[in-house]
Design a protein around this ligand. Structure first.
Ligand code: GLU
Length: 288
């Protein structure tokens, strides 16, 4: 019998996975196992321009090779599927509607750097270094409330000015981010018709009954934003465990562009998952 713990691994198929992904997902798997819980695999493929089915397939293949296993996922099924975000649009639209009716979000048709904002990736703003969307550019309260559909415009969350988002991270301890100082009005819907990462991830984690989110430290500030969405949608937030990022020998964090450390390349170079889990790279940045 499984415990009530529900964790997930949620890769975005925009390239081949590298050792850093494998390490985060391995930690997620171990935490789910130690808790006697369920691990879900969710394919975060909502960005049609950047996500490719071949990368989605490769991610599953490479993680299986590495030794990761999960209980529910795209090719397995399960009670809270479908497990591909691109197939979960009705849930995201419902959430958009709820946020819009509650006055939490507004349509944003500013031309200034619109495209840059719209394509903002979840990893683009670590260390709180994002530029804050200027408050004076917000439309009046109530704008967009009667919209029937998101349409071809971006929608942003109206971040309250007087809040500090605090949470106890299970890896890092107490964390706090100041609204409108560390982060500003963020995208929840993109003008290309897709939900933004922050909205889709909250909706899915809640709908899939996730009790603990394990992910990389680069998404720490996203947790602050996501807590605002949980609150606005009246949903209970899970616990969070932000794992340290794996860095290369020059101290740079790994990205999909580091081809040499992709699981594929490592496998082709004759490495075994066991070698990799014993390597210096694997242990970089970890306390024990
Ligand atoms: N899909 C996201 C990524 O690959 C991870 C989302 C999350 O864990 O919240 O970066």
């Amino acid at each position: 019998m499984k415990s009530s713990y529900r964790g997930r691994i949620a890769p975005t198929p925009t390239g081949y996975l590298h050792l850093g992904h494998a390490r985060t997902f391995w930690i997620a798997m171990e935490r789910a196992r130690e808790a006697g819980g369920t691990l879900i695999y969710r394919d975060e493929d909502i960005d049609p321009d950047r996500c490719k089915p071949e990368f989605a397939e490769a991610a599953i293949e490479d993680l299986h090779w590495f030794g990761c296993q999960w209980d529910e996922g795209p090719n397995i099924g399960g009670p809270v599927g479908p497990y591909r975000q691109s197939e979960r649009m009705p849930l995201f639209l419902d959430a958009w509607k709820h946020l819009k009716e509650g006055g939490f979000i507004y349509p944003c048709d500013q031309s200034r750097k619109d495209v840059a904002w719209a394509t903002q990736a979840p990893h683009g703003d670590e260390k709180g270094s994002e530029s804050i969307y200027p408050e004076h550019l917000r439309p009046p309260i109530g704008t967009g409330k009667t919209a029937q559909a998101p349409g071809e415009t971006n929608w942003r969350f109206r971040v309250p000015g007087d809040r500090k988002m605090q949470f106890d991270d299970l890896s890092l301890g107490p964390c706090a981010f100041n609204c409108l100082k560390d982060f500003g009005d963020f995208l929840v819907w993109r003008k290309d018709g897709q939900p933004a990462y922050e909205l889709a991830v909250v909706v899915d984690d809640a709908a899939m009954g996730i009790t603990e989110v394990v992910r990389g430290e680069d998404l720490l500030i996203s947790t602050a934003r996501q807590l605002l969405i949980y609150e606005a949608l009246g949903l209970t937030a899970p616990e969070f465990y932000h794992a340290p990022l794996l860095c290369d020998s020059s101290g740079q964090r790994l990205a999909k562009r580091h081809k040499s450390l992709s699981l594929r390349e490592l496998k082709e170079a004759g490495k075994t998952p066991e070698d990799l889990r014993k390597s210096e790279d694997w242990w970089s940045g970890m306390d024990d």
